[in-house]
Design a protein around this ligand. Structure first.
Ligand SMILES: CC(C)(COP(=O)(O)OP(=O)(O)OC[C@H]1O[C@@H](n2cnc3c(N)ncnc32)[C@H](O)[C@@H]1OP(=O)(O)O)[C@@H](O)C(=O)NCCC(=O)NCCS
Ligand SMILES: CCCCCCCCCC(=O)O
Length: 161
């Protein structure tokens, strides 16, 4: 994503399946903020194969889910996926870059309604996703090993994300 006006966002943590640079099985998403949205360019590869030549629906779902986790930086809340719905509109060929863009659609108390769109560089929208994230306390994560640095990223001032 070459646009210099976009702001690079930090991965959730180095081993995250979606964005962790140190996860050998990860999608290695690099995510940017663009106003009220976040975006990533992803090209699924042979590790993400479902049908021959095509991306696995679960890999597409994982990419959307993780990207929703970057909207949390903008909302400045820690939240988790309660429901995730993906509409697979067209097959996603391996090796073809797709831009996924996500944003908060609306908030109702603890409920964050999120939406995402995945469009190929050929202009074809091949999937859209909707999710309900629920805001949780830090104690949701701390018994499982999340440290303060990871959790602090969700409460950084807006000028840093
Ligand atoms: C998400 C989670 C924390 C919610 O548990 P909880 O805090 O006990 O939440 P509740 O079931 O009481 O629901 C909280 C609120 O969301 C609402 N809600 C829950 N599921 C909903 C749904 N599918 N649609 C609309 N509203 C929903 C509830 O009605 C409730 O509303 P209220 O606060 O107005 O009463 C818990 O289910 C959980 O830990 N799930 C696992 C999450 C996860 O691992 N995700 C993948 C990794 S991020
Ligand atoms: C404390 C780290 C929280 C990271 C949450 C990022 C969203 C991941 C989505 C998921 O696990 O389904």
């Amino acid at each position: 994503m070459a646009d210099p006006s976009l702001i690079s966002l930090p991965p959730h943590h180095p081993q995250c399946l979606g964005c962790g640079p140190d996860n050998p099985a990860g999608l290695h998403l690099e995510v940017y903020r663009d106003g009220d949205s976040v975006a990533t360019d992803v090209a699924f590869d042979a590790r993400h194969r479902g049908a021959p030549g095509l991306a696995h629906g679960g890999a597409i779902s994982a990419a959307c889910d993780d990207l929703f986790g970057f909207v949390l930086y903008l909302v400045q809340e820690i939240a988790v996926t309660r429901t995730l719905t993906v509409n697979y509109l067209a097959p996603v060929p391996l090796g073809q870059p797709h831009r996924i863009t996500a944003r908060l659609q609306r908030r109702q108390g603890r409920r964050l309604h999120l939406e995402a769109t995945g469009t190929g560089h050929d202009g074809v929208t091949r999937f859209i996703a909707e999710a309900l994230f629920l805001v949780v306390d830090r104690e949701h994560f701390t018994p499982h090993g999340a440290d303060a640095d990871v959790l602090a990223m969700f409460n950084r001032p807006p000028e840093h994300c």
